[in-house]
Design a binder for this molecule. Sequence first.
Ligand code: NAG
Ligand code: NAG
Length: 392
Amino acid sequence: MAVPSGSTSLVVVFAILASGIFGQRAEADPRAFFVFGDSLVDSGNNNYLVTSARADAPPYGIDHPTHRATGRFSNGYNIPDLISQRIGSVPTLPYLSPELNGQKLLIGANFASAGIGILNDTGIQFVNIIRAPLQLEYFKQYQRRVSALIGAEKTKQLVNNALVLMTLGGNDFVNNYYLVPLSARSRQYSIQNYVPFIISEYRKILKRLYELGARKVLVTGTGPLGCVPAELAQHSRNGECAAELQKASALYNPQLDNMLTSLNNEIGGHVFIGVNTKEMHNDFMSNPRAYGFVTSKIACCGQGPYNGIGLCTPMSNLCPNRDVYAFWDAFHPSEKANRIIVDQIMVGSTKYMNPMNLSTILALEPSKCYVLLLCFQMCDNVAIECLFSSSS
Ligand SMILES: *[C@@H]1O[C@H](CO)[C@@H](O)[C@H](O)[C@H]1NC(C)=O
Ligand SMILES: *[C@@H]1O[C@H](CO)[C@@H](O)[C@H](O)[C@H]1NC(C)=O
């Protein structure tokens, strides 16, 4: 965003004015938050489904304020919870929760479902999960329910001003292409051809999300898939990451970034924000001690090598202090690691957040933008950015 230098001070003046006038309203009324994706962001939808992809038994949730297994694949908070905190809100409820009704709908909703991927046949072994097209269908249904409460126009505003998180893709590798040796997909596609295929399918999902009104969407890449305890347990002799999966995420992440850029160009605005979760993981996985971890290879909860075999259950090994483990179970980061990731989402440089971080997005708070419109002639770049987020 290049602001002509002569108008910088004016922008600052207006921004200060704006936060003075509207700051309180913003605090009292945080923007809505919507979450789509897989187990990294599922806050409990699968509790309501007949599926084996679930986290509703101890020791899941051991460090959650309720000390109960909530369906989150974490010892405590997951990434969406920590983002909710940062935007001054409370955790969004799972869309399938019977508690999600009335005014609570205005906080947002979590549509994510453990086990799903970009492709409909990803996670097929989990049988009854909410695949991406159904998550989007539920989002549409949600909007009809909110319209009945506050009217269609206000619902559109709520959705347009909302923050959205989308986390997909990891399962298209671990629960599809690499699920079994010589899987159907891997016989159909080389990995070099599979990645562009899933990226083009992902593009359709994101476009649909835009059509449904999303205007600020954080899209996470895949973490270092080959380095999670489950993969180390199966493929690693000396703690080295599994080469095939590392190659897959090295192919996937840059192509995802390119796709987001091309989609933004087509739409004409910064709707989709790339979150480089691989880079964020790499920091604490290459130097765990610097982040207070004793290990980034062994899961806190599990069994077998690296605690990476099978599920985390009441019978599993369990570490006494979850804060010193980067991985909670064989696939999912601990709450402590989630905090490091969300810190970078909030303030990370363009190495982590492309093209901007969440604190920048929140600074483009809609009510400020109406004031910035006053300086339209002098600082049109800023105004256009705001026009986009308030009117589209
Ligand atoms: C996935 O399913 C939806 C409808 O349920 C369909 O529209 C879409 O084309 C499917 N995607 C693929 C890649 O087959
Ligand atoms: C991210 O956030 C910080 C504010 O905490 C800001 O100084 C920095 O420039 C931002 N970086 C980007 C790339 O937006």
